[in-house]
Design a protein around this ligand. Structure first.
Ligand SMILES: [Zn+2]
Length: 293
């Protein structure tokens, strides 16, 4: 299988300039290393009708090209179920009946790592299990043998982060994000993952899960985000931040593309032209403050 990089947006609305900048960087990383570039729509959650088409249109408008058909996670339930079965067969899963609130309250115990599942349902006996099954549907969690895991990142170097008994299948029966991402990356031959550095903390969980499934851990590059003037991750409420908004203010897609390229130290022009000057080592390591429009 040809090795590939990818961009994997959630179709919750239009992409903003922060998303577009990450997409450009992912494209540059992939193309500069002779990889294919794939698009995957992460629509297990938060899908809004029409958003996927808008996102593909905007990516094309700034010159992001991709190979092959767009993959949608909602089409891949069987593949996720197969991976979960393999983990269950290896006794690496257990049912969890906790509500969000119960987890928050238990996790505030003094020795629990920040945000980690406290293990409430890890060792339920048969009677407890049968009672809980009668009360609410179970999520399925990973029975992790580690509490942290180390990954390597092109921009961050070594990074060690928390691995807890994270959810593999939600209690509505849908595969959880971490499981789907790991299974999809491997199935699509994706061996390079470039995405926003807000996702770095969840990367050790994904790399650990890949290792349990016997899958190759991809090369990671977590790139700095675009922030607003308060230093907070850019969001739709920060004004004109989508190609649609910016077009209304007279800014062309090519102009936005050039602005985003300049923000990572690259000359304007087509992405193919920028490729010649692209050097991952020279990328800014700090967030970029959106100058507004
Ligand atoms: Zn639980």
């Amino acid at each position: 299988m040809t090795k590939a990089g990818r961009f994997a947006p959630s179709p919750s609305g239009e992409l903003h300039v922060g998303n577009l900048r990450t997409a450009i960087l992912a494209w540059l990383f992939a193309r500069s290393t002779g990889r294919n570039f794939l698009l995957r729509v992460e629509d297990l959650d938060r899908a809004r009708a029409g958003a996927e088409a808008e996102q593909l249109r905007d990516l094309a408008a700034i010159g992001v090209t991709w190979d092959g058909a767009v993959v949608r996670q909602t089409d891949r339930g069987d593949v996720y179920a197969e991976a979960i079965s393999r983990l269950a067969a290896a006794d690496l899963t257990y049912e969890c009946f906790c509500t969000r609130r119960e987890i928050q309250e238990a996790a505030s115990a003094p020795h629990a790592p920040q945000g980690a599942y406290p293990g409430t349902c890890r060792d339920l006996d048969r009677a407890e299990l049968e009672f809980k099954r009668s009360t609410r549907p179970a999520a399925l969690r990973l029975r992790s043998a580690v509490t942290e895991f180390a990954v390597r990142d092109v921009l961050h170097g070594g990074f060690t982060g928390v691995v807890d008994d994270f959810v593999l299948r939600r209690n509505d029966g849908v595969a959880a994000y971490n499981l789907a991402v790991v299974v999809d990356d491997a199935a699509q031959g994706i061996d390079q993952v470039v995405r926003g550095d807000d996702l770095l903390p969840s990367t050790p969980r994904q790399a650990y899960l890949a290792s349990l499934l016997g899958l190759q851990v991809p090369e990671y590059a977590h790139v700095p985000l675009v922030v607003n003037s308060d230093g907070v991750r850019l969001a739709k409420r920060d004004g004109a931040v989508t190609l649609g908004d910016l077009a209304l203010r007279g800014q062309s897609a090519a102009g936005v593309r050039d602005l985003l390229l300049a923000s990572v130290g690259l000359p304007g022009g087509t992405l193919e032209q920028a490729l010649a000057a692209f050097d991952p080592v020279a990328l800014p390591r700090e967030p970029w403050v959106w100058p507004g429009a």
